[in-house]
Design a binder for this molecule. Sequence first.
Ligand SMILES: [Zn+2]
Length: 210
Amino acid sequence: MRKLDPNSRDYNFYAKKFNESWLHPDKTSEVRHIYLASRIDLKNSVRAQRFAQALTKSDGSFVTRFHGSQRACYLGEGGDGDIDPCGQSACHICGILKNGFDRRLARMTGMFGPGIYSTECSSKADIYAKNSHIRTNRHVVLICRVVGDRPQMLVSAETNRRSPDRRYNCVEAVLDTDGGEVVYPETVVYDEDQILPVGMVVYKRTGWSP
Ligand SMILES: [Zn+2]
């Protein structure tokens, strides 16, 4: 995963996605850096190959989502070289980058049970982007590819859920504007192979607790 040139097409694509999906009115953000896995990184990754396999069971397209999690190091704040995830157990961002998502570490309290949660709304991912015992005003959310072309739309919480129903490959929350319970969207998968972290956005946040 490498830092993108701010003038590159990829940088502009993801910065736009991040900025346009920042919907919470009570806080703001400024993108500082964007990192992205190269084609070669992905080609050499066993997890990317498993994701490609999962993709063949769908229509072949993926959706892009953000995932916020705890960070306990300064990953993403260094120089221009490759990033080097730390090995601290409290650093969930590095754990995900090193080992992929692990459903066993999923939020048991999640609205749709112990799945892997992501969102197309950057300011919602930001809620989970916590810095643990580090002094910095930067935060990080991961950019993920998700196999999610057949979402099962759920109107209310189902905390005992362990998978989508047959015919679907992920779960999404119906928004309150459509009669659901959540204000901002989220996507849940229950199979680690269906979600692949491919990058991260490093940003500065204002209007919200550190
Ligand atoms: Zn770390």
